[in-house]
Design a protein around this ligand. Structure first.
Ligand code: CTP
Ligand code: MG
Length: 240
């Protein structure tokens, strides 16, 4: 029994406190319906169904909290969601607000964009296994196209070797103490980063990439919705 009580938890922070400006539909893209349910519900559902996840914290905009609770968390019965907390102005602030609410039994924390509804249990498992070995991981994939670094006039300055460039996705996963330290350091040093891995990199701690999936896209602009719907249709047709 003692072992059970002392079980260390894997906590997922799922972010939904953006505004979806680039989607340009006059509402937070998180609540747009993809196939049969809101984008955010797809994202939460994967973590809800994954045996490795013990607790979920959803970060939402203050004015959307009531509808998020009623139309997503309660409607679909996501009972691993322990807390619904208010987001901040920037993504980094939203993560921080989630982070200060994780259970005191949390050992590994995963940060996921609610706008990536096509995440899978297999990706979550690779992230958690990665953290156990390396302490800090991001999922991602090798780029498929050649990248050009340009100057302000769009002259090409460098063409980096393709095999050393990956795109990042979420989840990103960390030992809790590492991510807390990275966020506190960022607050103190006034560092702002677009992802959590970068905050950890600022501490001089190595972040390891694990394989995500090319299908684990972020819904950012309207074309991404079409892509996500096609992927879901295609997955449905695959033999189980
Ligand atoms: N996010 C958040 N809090 C913020 C900003 C973003 O929780 N202050 C979340 C978004 O809800 C999304 C994820 O972080 O799930 C990735 O951000 P992004 O794709 O940029 O979403 P938005 O900020 O909503 O979109 P945009 O930048 O086009 O306004
Ligand atoms: Mg944004």
């Amino acid at each position: 029994m003692k072992g059970l009580n002392n079980k260390r938890m894997n906590t997922a922070i799922i972010l939904a406190a953006g505004r979806g400006t680039r989607m340009n539909v006059g509402m937070n893209k998180q609540y747009l319906v993809l196939k049969n349910k809101p984008i955010l519900a797809h994202s939460i559902e994967v973590f809800q169904k994954c045996d490795l996840i013990d607790e979920i914290i959803v970060v939402a905009n203050k004015d959307e909290e009531a509808s998020c609770r009623a139309n997503v968390i309660e409607k679909y019965g996501y009972d691993k969601v322990n807390k619904l907390v208010t987001g901040g102005d920037e993504r980094q602030n939203s993560v921080y607000n989630g982070l200060i609410h994780v259970s005191n039994k949390c050992d590994i924390v995963l940060v996921h964009d609610g706008a990536r509804p096509l995440v899978t249990s297999a990706i979550i498992e690779r992230c958690i296994n990665g953290v156990k070995n390396y302490g800090a991981v991001s999922c991602g994939m090798p780029i498929k196209e050649t990248i050009k670094i340009i100057d302000e006039k769009r002259n090409v300055k460098v063409t980096p070797k393709r095999d050393s460039i990956w795109i990042t996705q979420t989840p990103q996963a960390f030992k809790l103490d590492i991510l807390v330290k990275a966020h506190l350091n960022a607050l103190e040093e006034k560092i702002t980063c677009t992802d959590d891995a970068m905050l950890v990199e600022q501490l001089g701690i190595n972040v390891r990439m694990v394989e995500g999936d090319y299908e684990n896209i972020k819904i950012t602009t309207p074309d991404d919705l079409i892509m996500a719907e096609s992927i879901l249709n295609y997955k449905k047709r695959l033999p189980k």
